[in-house]
Design a protein around this ligand. Structure first.
Ligand code: ATP
Length: 652
C-alpha cells in the first residue's frame, strides 16, 4: 500500500534534487465525490472502534514511521561531513565509515520500510476482513424488501469496492499523516540547526505549491466522479449482457451488433475520461516541477553566495539542498491530507449507511422457541402493503420534493385457517396477491394489519430462524447455486448423509437422471442451474425440500407446460412432498385444485370465495369463470374423465 511507503521512492537521491515530492502518489489516491463536510466526533469514534483491535500493530507502525523519519535526515548529514571533513582533511577512515554508514542507513530504512508495509497491510486487510464479515452478516438479515429495492450490483459494490477502499483510505491516510509529520519535524530540526536563514528562505517557496494543487485538484475531483459513474455504467452493462439470461436475450433478439456498439461507446467514455485524468495530473506535476526547482535554485544562489563569503561550508550547502527535498514532499502531501481524511471518512460513511439499515423483519428481544410444530396456521384479518421505497444510495431515487405516494395494500382482510396436514390452494387472477400472501408465512414480510398464528403463537413472537426451519418453499423459478448438484441439495440440510440425499432424489424422481450423468451428484449445474432442463430443476428443488422435511410447505406451482412424462414425474414427486404437511399452494394444476382441502380465491388482494371445488363451482362466481376459462376446453374435449395431468390453472 502506498500510504506510508509510496513516496519513499524519492528518497534515494541524496544531494540530488528530487522533483516528484510524492505527487504521483498524491494524484493516484481516490478522490472525494462530495464536497468536504464536517466530521462528527461520533463518526470518528465509530471508525476508531474498527482500528482499536489492531492497537499494538498501530503502535509498531508508529515506531517504524518515527524511526524512518529519523533515519531519513542522516544520509544528507553524512554527505555534508564527507565534503567538509573527510575529503578536505584527508581522513580516509572517516570517509570509509561515512560511506559505509550511508549504505547501512539505506539498508536499515529499507528493512523498516518492509516491516512497516507488512504491518500496515495486515491492519488494512484485517479491518477489511472485519467489515466484510459484518456487512455480509448484516445484509443476510435484511428482509426481502431490501433485495427487491436495491440493485444487486450496488450491494456487491459496497461489500467489494467500498471495503477495499478502506485499506487505502484509512490505513494509508493515517500512516501518511504520521510519516509526513515525522519527516517534516525531523527535517525542520536538522535544517534549522544547520542554518536558520537558509531554512526560512526554503520555507518561503512553500505557498507556491498550494495554489495549482487546489485548482487542478478541483478539476481532477470532477473528472474522477465522472469516471466512476461511467465505469459503473460499463459494469452494469457488462453484468446484464454477459449474464446467461441477458446473453440469451441478445441472441434471441439479434441485438449483438447494437450491443457491441453501445458497449464500445461506454468503453470509449471510460477511456477518454481516464486519459483526461492522467493528463491533468501530469500538467500539475509539470507546474509543480517548475516550482520545486525554484526552492533549491534560491538555496544554491543564496547559499552559494554564503559559501563564497566563507560563512557556510560547501558540504553544508549540499546537505541542506538534500534536506530540502525531504521538507517539500511532506509539505505538499500534508496539504492534501484534509481531502484524504474526507475520502477515508466518506468510504466509512458509505459502509455505515448499509450497517445502519434496520431489517424490517427481526426477532423480538425474547423470541419464543419453536422446537416442534403441528403446522396449524391461522390468518386473521391479515393485511399487507409493500413499504414505500426508502431513499437509499444505489436505489432508484425519487425527487425529494415529489409527494410520497399513498401506501397501496397488496392484500387486505384475509382470514382463513389451515389445519395440520391440510392443503389450501390459492387461486386468482394475476396480481391478486397470491405470492404476497405466501411471503407472510415464513415472515419475509410482517403483516401491516391482523395477525398470523402458528399453533396459536403470533409469528412475530417466534424466533425467526426456528420458524423458517419448519417451512419449506418450492418456487416457480428454481434457483440453484453455481455448484454441484450435491452441494445444492445439501444446502437444505448440510448434515444429511448420502443415503438421505439419494432417498429424497428418488422420491423426487430425479435420482436416475442424476446417476446417469457422467459426474453424478458432483455435476456442476451452471449459473442458476442453466445446465439442467426446467423439469429437472424443478425436481431437484422438490428433492431439496424433501430433504429439509418441513412441517409446512409453500408451493408455487410452475406454470410452464412440460411434456406429459416430465409433468407426470413432477406431479408424482410433488404428491410425495405434500403428503402429511400443512401446505399453502399457489395452484396451477387441475389435480392440485381438485385435491385441495380448501380453495381460497383472491381478487385484488381480498378473499372473494373459499371452499372446495364443487362448492365453488356451484357459486358460479369468479372461481367458476376462471375454471371455465382454463379448463372448459379440456373438459369438453376430453369429457369428465379427461381431467388429465397436464391441466393447469390460468397463467399469470
Ligand atoms: P401472479 O399470479 O402474477 O404472480 P400474484 O397474485 O402472486 O400475481 P403478487 O405478486 O402477490 O400477485 O402481487 C400483488 C400486488 O403487489 C401486485 O399489484 C404487485 O404489483 C404488488 N407487488 C408485488 N411485489 C411487490 C414489491 N416487491 N413491491 C411493491 N409492490 C409489489
Amino acid at each position: 500500500m502506498e500510504g506510508g511507503g509510496g513516496w519513499r521512492g524519492a528518497m534515494g537521491t541524496v544531494g540530488g534534487i528530487t522533483r516528484t515530492y510524492g505527487l504521483q502518489h498524491h494524484f493516484a489516491r481516490p478522490d472525494l465525490e462530495n464536497p468536504p463536510q464536517d466530521i462528527s466526533r461520533a463518526l470518528l469514534l465509530r471508525i476508531g472502534r474498527y482500528m482499536w483491535p489492531y492497537g499494538l500493530k498501530w503502535l509498531a507502525i508508529l515506531a517504524c514511521v518515527l524511526t524512518s523519519a529519523g533515519l531519513a535526515v542522516l544520509p544528507p548529514l553524512c554527505v555534508g561531513m564527507i565534503i567538509d571533513q573527510a575529503i578536505p582533511q584527508g581522513r580516509t577512515t572517516l570517509l570509509a565509515l561515512l560511506a559505509g554508514a550511508m549504505v547501512a542507513l539505506a539498508l536499515a530504512a529499507g528493512l523498516i520500510g518492509v516491516l512497516q508495509q507488512t504491518l500496515t497491510v495486515r491492519v488494512g486487510q484485517g479491518i477489511m476482513f472485519d467489515l466484510r464479515n459484518e456487512l455480509f452478516l448484516h445484509l443476510q438479515r435484511m428482509s426481502l424488501h431490501f433485495f427487491t429495492r436495491t440493485r444487486s450490483g450496488d450491494i456487491v459494490s459496497r461489500i467489494n469496492n467500498d471495503v477495499n477502499a478502506v485499506q487505502g483510505a484509512a490505513t494509508g491516510t493515517l500512516v501518511s499523516i504520521a510519516s509526513n509529520i515525522a519527516t517534516l519535524a525531523a527535517t525542520s530540526v536538522a535544517m534549522f540547526s544547520m542554518n536558520w536563514r537558509l531554512t526560512l528562505l526554503a520555507l518561503a517557496v512553500v505557498p507556491a505549491f498550494y495554489m495549482p494543487s487546489k485548482v487542478v485538484g478541483g478539476i481532477r475531483r470532477r473528472l474522477s466522479a465522472q469516471t466512476q459513474e461511467s465505469q459503473a455504467h460499463l459494469l452494469t452493462f457488462l453484468n446484464e449482457r454477459l449474464h446467461v439470461a441477458g446473453a440469451l436475450l441478445t441472441h434471441i433478439f439479434g441485438q449483438g451488433k447494437n450491443d457491441a456498439q453501445a458497449f464500445s461507446a461506454l468503453n470509449a467514455k471510460v477511456r477518454d475520461l481516464n486519459i483526461k485524468q492522467s493528463v491533468v495530473g501530469r500538467w500539475l506535476f509539470m507546474i509543480l516541477s517548475v516550482f520545486s526547482a525554484i526552492g533549491p535554485a534560491a538555496i544554491f544562489w543564496y547559499g552559494g553566495y554564503q559559501v563564497l563569503q566563507q560563512r557556510l561550508l560547501l558540504g553544508q550547502l549540499v546537505a541542506f539542498a538534500a534536506l530540502l527535498t525531504l521538507l517539500y514532499r511532506p509539505m505538499v502531501q500534508l496539504a492534501s491530507v484534509y481531502v484524504d481524511v474526507q475520502a477515508a471518512v466518506a468510504v466509512f460513511e458509505r459502509i455505515f449507511e448499509y450497517l445502519d439499515l434496520r431489517p424490517d423483519v427481526h426477532d423480538k428481544p425474547q423470541p419464543l422457541p419453536l422446537p416442534q410444530t403441528r403446522g396449524h396456521l391461522v390468518l386473521d384479518h391479515v393485511g399487507f402493503a409493500y413499504p414505500l421505497p426508502p431513499r437509499l444510495p444505489g436505489q432508484d431515487q425519487t425527487d425529494p420534493v415529489e409527494p410520497e405516494p399513498e401506501e397501496r395494500f397488496a392484500i387486505r382482510q384475509i382470514s382463513f385457517q389451515i389445519l395440520p396436514g391440510q392443503r389450501v390452494a390459492l387461486v386468482g387472477p394475476s396480481g391478486a396477491g397470491k405470492s404476497t400472501l405466501t411471503y407472510l408465512v415464513p415472515r419475509f414480510y410482517d403483516p401491516k394489519e391482523g395477525v398470523i398464528t402458528l399453533d396459536g403463537c403470533d409469528l412475530r413472537d417466534l424466533a425467526l430462524e426456528e420458524l423458517r426451519r419448519h417451512i419449506g418453499m418450492v418456487t416457480q423459478e428454481t434457483f440453484l447455486f453455481h455448484a454441484s448438484i450435491r452441494e445444492n441439495l445439501l444446502y437444505a440440510r448440510p448434515d444429511a448423509g448420502e443415503s438421505l440425499m439419494i432417498d429424497a432424489c428418488r422420491a423426487a424422481n430425479i435420482h436416475d437422471f442424476i446417476a446417469s450423468l457422467p459426474e453424478g451428484y458432483d455435476t456442476l449445474v451452471g449459473e442458476r442451474g442453466f445446465r439442467l432442463s426446467g423439469g429437472e430443476k424443478q425436481r431437484v428443488s422438490i428433492a431439496r425440500a424433501l430433504l429439509k422435511d418441513p412441517a409446512i410447505l409453500i408451493l408455487d406451482e410452475a406454470t410452464s407446460h412440460l411434456d406429459a412424462t416430465s409433468e407426470y414425474l413432477i406431479q408424482n414427486a410433488l404428491e410425495k412432498l405434500l403428503r402429511g404437511r400443512t401446505s399453502l399452494i399457489i395452484a396451477h394444476r387441475l389435480s392440485t385444485i381438485l385435491s385441495a382441502d380448501m380453495i381460497v380465491v383472491l381478487q385484488a388482494g381480498q378473499v372473494v370465495e373459499k371452499g372446495r371445488h364443487e362448492e365453488l363451482l356451484a357459486l358460479h362466481g369468479l372461481y367458476a369463470t376462471l375454471f371455465a376459462q382454463q379448463f372448459g376446453k379440456v373438459l369438453n374435449l376430453s369429457g369428465e374423465n379427461g381431467l388429465h395431468k397436464q391441466g393447469v390453472w390460468p397463467n399469470p
